[in-house]
Design a protein. Sequence first.
Length: 338
Amino acid sequence: MAVLVTGGAGYIGSHTLVELLEASIDVVVVDNYSNSKPEALNRVKRITGKDVTFYEVDLLDEKGMEAVFKKHDIEAVIHFAGLKAVGESVALPLSYYHNNITGSLILFKLMNQYGVKKLVFSSSATVYGLSNLSPLIEDLPLSTTNPYGTTKWMIEKILEDIYQADPTWQIVLLRYFNPIGAHESGLIGEDPSGIPNNLMPYVTQVGIGKRKQLGIFGKDYDTPDGTGVRDYIHVVDLAKGHLSALAYTTTQQGIEAINLGTGKGHSVLEVIKTFEKANDVKIPYTFMDRRPGDIGTCYADVSKAKELLGWEAKRSLEDMCRDAWRWQSMYPEDYVND
Ligand code: NAD
Ligand code: UFG
């Protein structure tokens, strides 16, 4: 019996693999390396001392995916694979809908065919849209503002319909808040290509001197210091949340959306200050206009995760800053060749 992990070479997937392997859970990984590198899996092996069964296959390749289901006795699936850049999704909606929706449909069809009905799906806090107020609770009305977010919302809906038609499925929709940081070994972490869209990789690249200064998007939000507030969660805490969700699918039938966050909001200025103090590195910044589509404040109500999964985040913002910096400073340019 094994757990199929789609997108396991990616940022969150690789950290989750470490936790799964360390818990002696058998894994089978598929990834097409569209946003990751084979080295990530070598690093997972280095950290855990365990081999990873891996197939370089695209979710859109139904025959290739079916071969994996045929060959292995899959018991459950953790589905990370997907494209995730908000701005790119606005420019390339067809690619996003095709990759994320069609890829998921093929996966769910094969799961149904092979009687695999336990699923943990990577959703996002982006499905709460712009108008809900934090702390965000799971049963709020959902809306999205870009094709990426819409793929998450649509996949959640598709899974609800699958469950309605066949209540023997056991599905957890994990709505991640803002995952940052890296494994404490410094061997795996986030590896953005090009100019980072997200705050922490931008901060670490300024720290290392790759970028001159951080642009802070907006200083007039209705927040204590005027800069945007988010619920940053250490990627290792997030990874551990998947093991709890997986365990939940083995005992409970149903479909549940569950927030994974810390329940605490931190502003951009707080992140900079914490990063500077934790690492003794200066982060020059300048204020810029608000980024279109951003909201002032977004943080989770985390009581459902605690109640249903018995999980809560343990690591502090300081831990996140220290671990993100260790990863960046071990590999200033390119983690494969440095
Ligand atoms: P990532 O890009 O690092 O990992 C995704 C992996 O999926 C990559 O290794 C990529 O190569 C692979 N992939 C993409 N399309 C594929 C396909 N058609 N077939 C096979 N493999 C494919 O992203 P991540 O940050 O690890 O995110 C994992 C999941 O969590 C994604 O679904 C993402 O949308 C979701 N999520 C991420 C965040 C975040 O801030 N990182 C927040 C909320 C939700
Ligand atoms: N920010 C800056 N400068 C930057 C980058 C970000 O000031 O260069 C600010 C943003 O305005 C925001 C905060 O830092 O206030 C965090 O921004 P991120 O881009 O890191 O994260 P977001 O909350 O905007 O977006 C993330 C994911 C999305 C997901 C969303 C909701 O990147 O994929 O959370 O879950 F949809």
